[in-house]
Design a protein around this ligand. Structure first.
Ligand SMILES: NC(=O)C1=CN([C@@H]2O[C@H](COP(=O)(O)OP(=O)(O)OC[C@H]3O[C@@H](n4cnc5c(N)ncnc54)[C@H](O)[C@@H]3O)[C@@H](O)[C@H]2O)C=CC1
Ligand SMILES: O=C(O)C(=O)COP(=O)(O)O
Length: 387
C-alpha cells in the first residue's frame, strides 16, 4: 500500500484516480510515500524519511522547501498550466472591475439610504464620482509570459487592448502560443512606463521578491492600475499604498489581503481566489495525482521541478528549438555557430504555429550552454532552447 498525506483539500476527482486497493489517502498519516499539497506552507515541516514525492496541485512551489527535498532525493511535481485559465479569467475580471470602479461603486450604491427620490439624487452624484475608462487602445503590460501570462496577453487582445509582454526567459512553447500581435519588451522599466494596466505573472523567487518596488513604481503612469494575481511578496505593499495615496498610481487589484492593504478604497484584495474554480481544482488534482502514480509505480518523471533529466530516457540526438528563425540568413548563421562548435546537424525542420515561425534543429551531441547563448545573440532571434 502506498501512503499519501494530504495537507490541503485536494479535489476528489483527482483522489479518485488512486485505486483504493493500492493507496491509503488521509490528512493525517504516518510514514507517507507522497504528499499532496496546494498552498500549505511546508517550510517549517520535518521531512518524513519515507517520503519519495511531493505533488503541488497548482503552479507556484514557493510554499515547498524544494532545495531541502532535493537533497533528500524527494521529487517535487507541480501542475503547470492546469489552473491557467482560471487565473486568466480572474485577471480579466479584475481588469474590467477596476476600469469601471465596479467594486467601489457597488459598495457605495449598496449602502444608499433615504427615499427613492433621495436615492436617485445620490445616484446622479455617484455617476460622476465613478466615471471609468474603456480598454480598447489602452496598454496592458504583462510581466512573465508563462502559462498564465500568455493566456492573459492573448485574451486582452480580444478586448482591443495593446499588449506588451516582458519575459527574459520565455520558452519556445510559450513563444509560439503567444499571439504575434503581442509586442515584447526587452526591458522591464520600459514596459512599466507604457502600461495603463500592469499584470504580474512571475513566480516568487529571490529575483522577483519586491520586483515592483518604490523605485519602479515611480516609473509607472499615475493613471495605471496594477494587478497582482502572482504572489503578494512580488510587490512592496508599503510602496504601493504610498504610491496610491500620493496619486502616483490609480489602483491595486490583488489576490492577497493583508493588514497593510485593509480598508483602502483603491485596493481590491481577493482571498487567493485565482485558481479556485471547480475546473482548475480538478485539472490540478488529476494532473498531479497521475504524475505521482506514474513516479511511485513506474519510476517515470513528468513535470518535476527538481528531478529532471537524470531518470528520463536519453535519446541519441539533441534538439535545439529556435523561435522566429526560419529566415535563410538566420538559418545560415545558426548552422555556422553549430559547425564551429563541432556539432553535426542531423535534421533541421522549419515549422510554424499561431503565426510564430520556429525551427527544430537535431544535432549529434549535447548542446553546450555557450552555444545556446551564442545563437540567442543572433539579431532578431526571439527565443532559443535546448530541449
Ligand atoms: N493567484 C493564484 O491563485 C495563482 C497564482 N499563481 C502564481 O503565478 C505564477 C505564474 O504561474 P504560471 O504562469 O503557471 O508559471 P510559469 O512557470 O508557466 O510562468 C512563469 C514565467 O515567469 C517568467 N519569469 C521568471 N522570472 C521573471 C522575471 N524576473 N521577469 C519576467 N518574467 C519572469 C518565467 O520565464 C516564466 O515564463 C506562479 O508561480 C504562482 O506564484 C499561479 C496559479 C494560481
Ligand atoms: O497554483 C498556484 O500557484 C496558486 O497560487 C493556487 O493556489 P491554491 O492551490 O489555490 O492554494
Amino acid at each position: 500500500m502506498y501512503k499519501i498525506l494530504t495537507l490541503n483539500n485536494i479535489s476528489i476527482v483527482g483522489l479518485d484516480r488512486l485505486p483504493r486497493d493500492k493507496y491509503e489517502v488521509a490528512s493525517e498519516i504516518q510514514h507517507p510515500d507522497a504528499i499532496l499539497v496546494r498552498s500549505h506552507n511546508m517550510h517549517e515541516m520535518a521531512i518524513p524519511p519515507t517520503l519519495k514525492a511531493v505533488g503541488r496541485a497548482g503552479a507556484g512551489v514557493n510554499n515547498i522547501p524544494v532545495a531541502r527535498l532535493s537533497e533528500g532525493g524527494v521529487a517535487v511535481f507541480n501542475a503547470p498550466g492546469a489552473n491557467a485559465n482560471a487565473v486568466k479569467e480572474a485577471v480579466l475580471a479584475g481588469l474590467l472591475v477596476s476600469a469601471r470602479n465596479i467594486c467601489q461603486a457597488w459598495e457605495a450604491a449598496r449602502t444608499l439610504t433615504g427615499t427613492d427620490k433621495e436615492i436617485h439624487r445620490e445616484v446622479e452624484a455617484q455617476k460622476k464620482r465613478f466615471v471609468g475608462v474603456e480598454l480598447p487602445g489602452r496598454t496592458l503590460g504583462v510581466v512573465g509570459l508563462g502559462s498564465i501570462g500568455v493566456q492573459v496577453a492573448n485574451a486582452a487582445l480580444a478586448l482591443g487592448m495593446r499588449v506588451v509582454g516582458y519575459d527574459p526567459q520565455i520558452t519556445v512553447q510559450r513563444a509560439w502560443a503567444l499571439s504575434a500581435q503581442v509586442e515584447q519588451a526587452t526591458n522591464l522599466d520600459h514596459l512599466l512606463s507604457q502600461a495603463d494596466f500592469l499584470s504580474l505573472h512571475v513566480p516568487l523567487l529571490e529575483a522577483t521578491r519586491g520586483l515592483i518596488n518604490r523605485e519602479r513604481l515611480r516609473n509607472i503612469k499615475p493613471e495605471a492600475r496594477l494587478l497582482n494575481f502572482a504572489r503578494a511578496e512580488i510587490v512592496d505593499e508599503d510602496a504601493v499604498v504610498d504610491a496610491i495615496e500620493e496619486g502616483k498610481i490609480a489602483a491595486y487589484i490583488c489576490d492577497f489581503p493583508s493588514n497593510r492593504l485593509k480598508g483602502h478604497p483603491q485596493v481590491i484584495a481577493l482571498p487567493h481566489l485565482g485558481a479556485s474554480t471547480y475546473e482548475a481544482e480538478e485539472n490540478c488534482a488529476v494532473m498531479v495525482v497521475e504524475q505521482i502514480r506514474e513516479f511511485l509505480e513506474n519510476g517515470n518523471v513528468q513535470n518535476s521541478v527538481n528531478f529532471p533529466d537524470a531518470v528520463l530516457p536519453r535519446t541519441d540526438s539533441w534538439r535545439l528549438a529556435i523561435a522566429n528563425a526560419n529566415v535563410p540568413t538566420m538559418v545560415a548563421q545558426i548552422s555556422t555557430h553549430l559547425a564551429e562548435a563541432g556539432l553535426n546537424i542531423i535534421d533541421m525542420l522549419n515549422k510554424s504555429q499561431n503565426d510564430l515561425a520556429y525551427t527544430l534543429v537535431d544535432v549529434d551531441r549535447p548542446i553546450p550552454k555557450y552555444l545556446v547563448d551564442g545563437i540567442s545573440a543572433v539579431q532578431g532571434m526571439l527565443s532559443v532552447r535546448a530541449l
